[in-house]
Design a protein around this ligand. Structure first.
Ligand SMILES: [Zn+2]
Length: 79
């Protein structure tokens, strides 16, 4: 299954967009390509929105943003 990031419409509420983007509402800004909302300012800013970055990314290259590794203890408790 392809998991393409969805473009966030400019009319989207900033708080909701920030929640989708995982950033603070005041870090939300407009993508220069599609005018959608993106994490534009602040730390780890991504001026190009996830949808545009996914569209331009070479095929077969996984996005280096999230890892599926969950917090697991290095050693399983043994009793
Ligand atoms: Zn965009």
């Amino acid at each position: 299954m392809d998991e393409m990031p969805q473009r966030i419409a400019p009319s989207t509420d900033r708080t909701a967009a920030a929640r989708l983007l995982g950033c603070a509402p005041h870090d939300v800004g407009y993508c220069p390509r599609c005018q959608g909302l993106t994490h534009r300012y602040g730390r780890h800013a991504q001026i190009i929105c996830p949808a545009c970055r996914a569209a331009q990314a070479p095929p077969g290259e996984p996005p280096a943003s999230t890892s599926t590794a969950s917090a697991q203890p290095p050693n399983s408790p043994r009793r």
